[in-house]
Design a binder for this molecule. Structure first.
Ligand code: GAL
Length: 468
């Protein structure tokens, strides 16, 4: 038996040695081909301007895609109990969850979520060579040294001026509760606009859509709600169009509002509000497609689903076409973007100012069907990933010159003092297989993965072309 085995083994060995030479030759040929393929892709044929598109964008964004871990650990408080109390039936002591801790303005861990003014970043505070570094969650100062007030916002790039405009809610007022059960609020102040050439240095352009102080019937009356402004440019009418969420203090009006301006820095003229397609509309966004057709996407039917529909050619109204998407999923805070013909969207769950888990969705057509492809948050730690880094999506901005790379913009709401809510901007890339392959795809990934990478500090790669 032993001999037989040895014989078989030696026969096998002969066969292997006979095969070795051709295998080695073919391996060498393979290597040469791979090297040739690699050099032709990465170094091209020397044509200028070709490089950003042909270069694997992963090389440019490698730093942004580093997995940065956070050893963020909140120890449960030790409760000393008297021997008498121990004899009594122990009443289970409930520890604050990390989200409750985050929401508690007296928490001893508050500085972890809301670092104080000494840690502020911005062009006037550039003490230790920190220029152009993003620090998610820290106070961000404008060119006057004031904290930026542009919450729930979005960004418009205007090619004519080679400038980015950031529009958002100005919440620079006292936080209060309209009644006992109402969520925290700040009276309407208006929509701020900031301008920048590099996405880091922001100049305050003032309030471009202002509050109505006295007329109680006006949508923009100070005791109402004005949230999530987004601006797009209409090439036909040459006007800047702002859509926003308009509501009353109890969130029962549930409408969109529309305003128009000749210039990106306003003043915007408020036109009217309506319930799009006759449905309630709360968190919303608008998206201008490459074709020039723009769409509105809003949470509806009591936030249980999203609706999507094209706008009229002048972007001042919706058309009759509308599709219900992610029905029953209860998602809000939609932020849409497009890459290589596929539409992507990041949404949050519905938990008011409290953070929750983000999800990414993808679709071949913006009108749906939309598929959920998983939680895009990467790095940090489990709690960071399950709370969207303690923030909520508001916008996704494509990075100029790096296809497949974006900035994910989110709000770290501070319901104890809403004016002190922070911005969490992080790199977002599209690539690799999605985490949640669809059931009918037999685990064969149909969509690319969307990844948002946690960074305590990060910078845009040099390859970002700002055309300054
Ligand atoms: C959130 C929403 C915010 C704001 C908040 C008020 O669900 O995303 O924009 O409306 O509720 O509690």
């Amino acid at each position: 038996m032993g001999n037989k085995y040895r014989k078989l083994a030696s026969l096998h060995g002969d066969a292997v040695s006979k095969c070795t030479l051709p295998i080695v030759v073919w391996c060498l040929v393979g290597c040469v081909l791979i090297i040739h393929f690699y050099t032709s892709i990465f170094y091209g044929d020397g044509e200028e301007g070709d490089i950003p598109v042909r270069l694997n964008s992963h090389l440019l964004t490698r730093d942004l895609e580093k997995i940065e871990e956070e050893s963020f650990f909140i120890q449960p408080p030790r409760v000393k109990r008297s021997p008498r109390a121990i004899k009594r039936k122990p009443k289970p002591k409930r520890h604050l969850s990390i989200i409750e801790e985050f929401l508690d303005e007296n928490s001893q861990f508050r500085h972890l979520f809301f670092p104080d003014r000494r840690m502020a970043v911005g062009p006037m505070n550039n003490t230790d060579n920190d220029e152009l570094n993003f620090y998610p969650g820290r106070i961000w100062l404008d060119t006057n040294g004031e904290p930026i007030q542009a919450h729930g916002g979005g960004i418009l790039y205007v090619d004519r001026f080679k400038t980015y405009y950031w529009y958002g809610e100005n919440k620079d007022g006292p936080t209060y509760h309209a009644h006992q059960r109402a969520s925290a609020r700040v009276d309407v102040i208006g929509i701020s606009c900031y301008s920048s050439k590099d996405l880091w240095t922001w100049k305050n352009e003032g309030i471009v859509l202002a509050v109505e102080q006295t007329n109680m019937t006006h949508d923009l009356y100070k005791l109402n709600v004005l949230e999530r402004p987004k601006v797009i440019y209409n090439d036909k009418t040459e006007k800047y169009i702002m859509w926003m969420h308009i509501d009353d203090a109890n969130y029962t009006k549930a409408s969109v509002g529309i305003a128009i301006s000749e210039t990106p820095v306003g003043p915007f003229e408020y036109l009217y509000s309506k319930q799009p397609h006759g449905f309630d509309s709360r968190d919303m966004t608008i998206f201008k497609d490459d074709s020039g057709i723009a769409y509105v996407i809003y949470s509806s039917e009591g936030n249980s689903e999203l609706h999507v529909g094209p706008l009229t050619d002048d972007y001042l109204d919706v058309t009759h076409e509308m599709r219900r998407i992610l029905v029953g999923h209860r998602r809000e805070a939609p932020a849409l973007f497009k890459y290589q013909g596929t539409y992507y969207m990041i949404t949050s769950g519905c938990s008011g100012w409290a953070p929750n888990e983000a999800l990414a969705h993808a679709a071949e057509s913006i009108m749906g069907p939309w598929e959920t492809i998983g939680n895009p948050c990467t790095g940090g730690n489990r709690i960071f990933r399950h709370t969207t880094f303690f923030a909520q999506s508001t916008y996704v901005l494509p990075l100029p010159g790096i296809p497949g790379s974006f900035i994910f913009m989110a709000d770290r709401w501070n319901p104890a003092d809403l004016r002190d809510s922070r911005y969490v901007w992080l790199p977002l890339t599209v690539g690799g297989a999605a985490d949640e392959p669809l059931e009918y795809s037999f685990r064969f990934p149909l969509w690319s993965r969307v990844s948002i990478y946690w960074h305590r500090k990060w910078k845009l790669p040099n390859a970002v072309s700002f055309n300054r």
